[in-house]
Design a protein around this ligand. Structure first.
Ligand SMILES: [Zn+2]
Length: 280
C-alpha cells in the first residue's frame, strides 16, 4: 500500500479519510474538517477504536474510542470516549517509547533487550485486555485497533545499521504481531479482516513509503497482488459495509471474487431456462 505522502501523520489522515491529504489541504486529522472513518461508519454501525495514532482528543462516537500514540503522556479524560473508560486505564501505556525515552545505545545487552521486550509484552497485553473488556460491555460491529510497537521498537533499536539486536528485534516484532493478530482473530472471529500499515521499515530501519495491506474474509480473492494507495482503504471498507460515499480514494474491486454462483443459484437458473424452453 502506497501513501501519496510518505510519513506517519498524513498517511494516517489518508487512511482515516479516504482522501489525499495534499489535495484536501490538511496534514493532521484535526486541521481541516473532513469526514473520517469513525464519523462515516459510526453513522450506520457501532464503532470501536483503540490505539489509532493521532486521534487525540477523543470525540463523541457511536461506540467507544481510546486514542493512540502520541496522545498523551498526560492521560487526561480526553484520551477516551466515553470518559468513564479513563478510570480503568491506570497503568495503561500507549507505547513502549513512552517509558523508554532512550536511544538504541541503551539496549546493548541481552538483559536490556529482554527487559524492553518483556515490558512491551505487558503493554500489549494490557491493550488487548482493554479491547476485550470494552467489547464485552459494549459490543461493536466494526472494530479498528492499532499497535504502535512495531514502529516504535524498530525506531528504538534500528537507528543504526549494525545494532547488535536488529535480528532479534525483527524476529520478536513479527512473532509478537503474529500472535496478537491470532489472539484477536480467534476472539472476535471477524467476517472480514484488514491488516494495514501506514509505511514500511526496510533496513536501515527508517520510514519507507510503501507499507502493506492484507485483506482476509468471505468473498475476498486470496491470490491477488496489487499496489494500492492508502486513501483506497476506507472506500473499500465502506463498499463492504454498504455505505455509499464519494471519496477521492477508490474501491479496490480487484480484491473481491467476481461472481460466486452457489449450487442453489445454479438450480434456480436452470429451472428458469427450462421454463423458457431454452434447455430440456
Ligand atoms: Zn515511525
Amino acid at each position: 500500500m502506497k501513501p501519496t505522502v510518505p510519513h506517519t501523520v498524513p498517511s494516517w489522515s489518508e487512511i482515516y479519510s479516504g482522501s489525499r491529504v495534499g489535495e484536501a489541504g490538511q496534514s493532521t486529522i484535526w486541521q481541516k474538517r473532513l469526514e473520517y472513518a469513525w464519523d462515516i461508519i459510526g453513522g450506520k454501525y457501532r464503532f470501536g477504536m483503540l490505539g489509532l495514532p493521532h486521534t487525540y482528543p477523543a470525540k463523541l462516537i457511536n461506540g467507544w474510542w481510546v486514542a493512540g500514540y502520541p496522545a498523551t503522556l498526560k492521560m487526561t479524560v480526553d484520551v477516551c470516549f466515553p470518559k468513564s473508560i479513563r478510570e480503568r486505564m491506570d497503568g495503561y501505556e500507549f507505547s513502549i517509547v513512552e517509558e523508554y525515552k532512550i536511544g538504541s545505545w541503551a539496549v546493548r545487552t541481552m538483559n536490556a533487550f529482554d527487559e524492553v521486550t518483556g515490558r512491551n509484552d505487558e503493554i500489549v497485553n494490557n491493550q488487548i485486555r482493554l479491547i476485550k473488556e470494552l467489547y464485552e460491555e459494549e459490543p461493536v460491529e466494526v472494530l479498528w485497533v492499532q499497535f504502535s510497537f512495531v514502529d516504535h521498537l524498530l525506531h528504538l533499536i534500528g537507528w543504526e545499521d549494525f545494532h547488535p539486536f536488529i535480528k532479534e528485534t525483527t524476529e520478536y516484532i513479527y512473532s509478537k504481531l503474529d500472535s496478537v493478530v491470532e489472539e484477536l482473530y480467534r476472539h472476535f472471529q471477524p467476517k472480514t479482516l484488514f491488516i494495514c500499515s501506514d509505511h514500511g521499515h526496510p533496513k536501515p530501519f527508517q520510514h519507507h513509503p510503501e507499507g502493506i495491506l492484507g485483506v482476509y474474509g468471505v468473498h475476498i480473492n486470496d491470490d491477488v497482488e496489487l499496489t494500492v494507495n492508502t486513501c483506497d482503504l476506507l472506500p473499500t471498507m465502506l463498499y463492504l459495509l454498504d455505505i455509499p460515499r464519494k471519496l477521492q480514494g477508490e474501491v479496490i474491486y480487484e480484491l473481491f471474487q467476481s461472481h460466486n454462483i452457489t449450487e442453489e443459484d445454479d438450480e434456480i437458473m436452470k429451472n428458469q431456462l427450462k421454463k423458457l424452453g431454452y434447455i430440456e
